[in-house]
Design a protein around this ligand. Structure first.
Ligand SMILES: N[C@@H](CCC(=O)N[C@@H](CS)C(=O)NCC(=O)O)C(=O)O
Length: 251
């Protein structure tokens, strides 16, 4: 029987990618990193589509309990798999069936169906669109801000400083890469004091510190202070995003 864990993480330096490396670090699991150059469209190559038919990072493989390889994609699904399989002491999750388990899932879905997609579109209209479309910018930046205020209220009420119960969970981890990059979407984190304090609290965790630099250094804090570099980064990404959209439209 093949040994497990035998975790291979296919990722790049993005908010969705670092959710998984941070989860793995928090759990203290060994893993092999495969850096995927999304700007070179490696995620569209046939071998990668075998792992994630959606052609996106993050993706992960492991040896399953039956001894065969399991392929996982969608960051939320990967996080749920990792805690189900390996978080036996409930370091960053809660036992199935408990109140906190379901509440943790509320926030996990809130991120994956709300904050991630909305902030992603806010990034798109603010930074990557070929022209400035005011309606699109407003729609997505305002919706992201609304979601941030929901998070802020939840954290104001929290006695532990985390979203659910008495500890940091995969729901907090899922949010961190996005919230810490709020400025990129045109959101001022100073508007949300409880969320800002949570951002610092998360950053102080050794697992977050280690996992955020996978596969390349995480430079969001530095980038937020450097308007010239922000402009250069946006230009580089804009070219790739526009090219990808044109190619997808032809399919
Ligand atoms: N819902 C997906 C989103 C994944 C996603 O959008 N990944 C981006 C990077 S953050 C990507 O791979 N982009 C490459 C592309 O669009 O071709 C998840 O949570 O895993």
């Amino acid at each position: 029987m093949a040994s497990r864990p035998d975790i291979h993480l296919y990722t790049t330096q993005t908010p969705n990618g670092i959710k998984i490396s941070i989860t793995l670090e928090e759990l203290g699991l060994p893993y092999t990193v495969h850096k995927i150059e999304i700007s070179k469209n490696v995620q569209k190559e046939p071998w990668f589509l075998e792992i994630n038919p959606n052609g996106r990072i993050p993706a992960l493989t492991d040896t399953f309990t039956d001894g065969k390889t399991i392929r996982l994609f969608e960051s939320g699904s990967i996080q749920q798999y990792l805690v189900d399989q390996y978080d036996k002491d409930y370091k960053i999750s809660y036992p199935r069936g408990t109140r906190e388990y379901y509440e943790m899932n509320n926030w996990l879905f809130f991120l994956n169906a709300g904050v991630g997609p909305m902030q992603g579109q806010a990034n798109h209209f603010s930074r990557y669109a070929p022209e400035r479309i005011e309606y699109g910018v407003k729609r997505y930046v305002n919706e992201s801000r609304r979601l941030y205020s929901v998070l802020n209220t939840q954290l104001e009420k929290s006695t532990s400083g985390y979203l659910v119960g008495d500890k940091c969970t995969i729901a907090d981890i899922a949010h961190w890469g996005w919230v810490t990059a709020a400025f990129w979407a045109g959101i001022d984190i100073d508007e949300f004091p409880a969320l800002k304090a949570w951002d610092d609290r998360m950053l102080a965790r050794p697992g977050v510190e280690k996992g955020r630099h996978v596969p390349d250094p995480h430079r969001m804090k530095e980038l937020s202070k450097d308007p010239k570099e922000m402009k250069e980064q946006a230009e580089k990404s804009r070219a790739w995003v526009q090219q990808g959209m044109a190619a997808d439209a032809k399919k």
